[in-house]
Design a protein. Structure first.
Length: 146
C-alpha cells in the first residue's frame, strides 16, 4: 500500500509552475514487490532473491533493486501534474544505501529549476527510509510538449 499526494497546476502552463513545489510518495517495500520487479525485468540477481547467499555477505539479508527506487521516483513524478510533460530521464542517479524488505521509503520530488526557453523542468528527487537515511537520489528532467 502506498501513501501518495498529488500536485496539479491549475492552468497547466509552464509559466505558472513554481520552483520549490514539492510532493512525496511513501511505500513500504515488500518481498512481493521485489519478486514482481525481478520477474518483470528479468533481474534475478542473488542480491535480491537469494536469502542464503545474502546472509553470508555484508548486508546480511536480501535487498531491493536500486532501479526499483527509480520506479518510485517515476511514481512521484507522475503525481506532479503541471501540464503535458514527458520525462527525458534521470541524471545523477545514485543508490547510496541498501533498501531492505520491509523498509518504508519516502520519495520527495521537488521542482528545482525551470527553463522557460527550452520548456524544461528539473526536479530534485530523493528516497529516504523510515529512519530518515538517504537511500537514493537523482535529478528528473521533464519537457513540456504543449
Amino acid at each position: 500500500m502506498a501513501n501518495v499526494e498529488y500536485v496539479q497546476s491549475m492552468s497547466g502552463k509552464l509559466e505558472d509552475v513554481k520552483v520549490g513545489t514539492s510532493l512525496s510518495f511513501t511505500k513500504t517495500v515488500s518481498e512481493s514487490d521485489v519478486y514482481m520487479y525481478a520477474g518483470i525485468t528479468g533481474d534475478f540477481s542473488p542480491n535480491h532473491v537469494d536469502a542464503e547467499y545474502m546472509r553470508q555477505g555484508r548486508y546480511g539479508e536480501r535487498i531491493a533493486h536500486g532501479a526499483l527506487m527509480v520506479g518510485f521516483m517515476s511514481a512521484a513524478s507522475a503525481r506532479m501534474r503541471v501540464g503535458r510533460t514527458v520525462s527525458l530521464g534521470y541524471d545523477r542517479v545514485r543508490f547510496v544505501a541498501p533498501v531492505k524488505f520491509g523498509d518504508t521509503i519516502t520519495t520527495e520530488y521537488t521542482i528545482s529549476e525551470i527553463d522557460l526557453a527550452k520548456k524544461r523542468m528539473y526536479s530534485k528527487v530523493t528516497c529516504t527510509n523510515q529512519r530518515g537515511e538517504l537511500v537514493a537520489s537523482a535529478v528528473n528532467l521533464r519537457a513540456f510538449v504543449d
